[in-house]
Design a protein around this ligand. Structure first.
Ligand SMILES: NC(=O)c1ccc[n+]([C@@H]2O[C@H](COP(=O)([O-])OP(=O)(O)OC[C@H]3O[C@@H](n4cnc5c(N)ncnc54)[C@H](OP(=O)(O)O)[C@@H]3O)[C@@H](O)[C@H]2O)c1
Length: 224
């Protein structure tokens, strides 16, 4: 990419794998974390997604921004999903475009976001606010990819990956596969303007990312 790629939550478990994948691709990477940390070949920035001003420097002039942030579960206030997954996402959109840039935004969301009755939604309306953050990205006019992992597992790549749309499924996906999807989405036109769920599909043959992304339907303006 012409300019750096910022990873908000880049010190997290998925975030670190995204950072490593981007460095492997030869990108200049900015790790955005609430603590300043050593980040190897990446540049480290201290910022909080809830604080718009703190995002100005790390997101200025970026070609892409990956968001992989774990929200709090409070009903309201700074530890609520509203603060991170909705207002925080809006802060990112605002800060990343302040200089007229049009970066590719990749959001790590989750399955269940359209299933309001799921017990996870009792945690600060986590699902409603995640969906509102997704909607803000879909309505932003920016190039974007919304990734909805199923239950995350550790360890290496988890065999074959299945992408779905419509938020109907259930299952597991390895963090490494989620990170790979976030990185590969930046290089695939078929991964633009799409929202998809991710599952590992044990026993199935592994497919390349280009082929997986080509199987996706682009979001309609009202589609979820
Ligand atoms: N657990 C599951 O089964 C599951 C399923 C589907 C989706 N997901 C989602 O997948 C994503 C990645 O998960 P993970 O396991 O990699 O999470 P993780 O290891 O807990 O990392 C999340 C990162 O979020 C960052 N963060 C939290 N609040 C922040 C704030 N206010 N401003 C900036 N950064 C903040 C933290 O960074 P610092 O502490 O460095 O600031 C942390 O490193 C999360 O959104 C998670 O909710 C999880």
């Amino acid at each position: 990419m012409e300019n750096p790629v910022a990873v908000v939550g880049g010190a997290g478990r998925v975030g670190r794998l995204v950072v490593a994948g981007l460095l492997e691709q030869g990108e200049r990477v900015r790790v955005v974390s609430r603590r300043a940390r050593a980040a190897g070949a990446a540049e480290s920035f201290r910022a909080d997604i809830r604080d718009r001003a703190s995002l100005a420097a790390p997101l200025a002039g970026c070609s892409a921004v990956v968001i992989s942030v774990e929200p709090g579960t409070a009903d309201r206030g700074p530890d609520s999903p509203e603060a991170t997954m909705y207002q925080g996402v809006r802060n990112v959109l605002d800060a990343a475009t302040a200089g007229g840039e049009k970066p590719h935004i990749v959001l790590v969301s989750q399955i269940y976001v359209t299933r309001k009755g799921h017990p996870i939604n009792a945690q600060g309306r986590m699902l409603d606010w995640r969906l509102a953050g997704e909607d803000a990205i879909r309505a932003s006019g920016l190039p974007y990819t919304v990734v909805r992992p199923s239950w995350l597992t550790g360890g290496p790549r988890g065999g074959a990956v299945r992408l779905e749309q419509g938020d109907l499924g259930d299952g597991q996906i390895s963090r490494q596969d989620v990170a790979d999807a976030c990185v590969q989405a930046l290089y695939s036109p078929s991964a633009l303007a799409v929202t998809f769920e991710m599952y590992n599909a044990p026993g199935a043959a592994r497919t390349g990312w280009a082929e997986l992304f080509q199987g996706l339907a682009p979001d309609l303006s009202t589609a979820r």
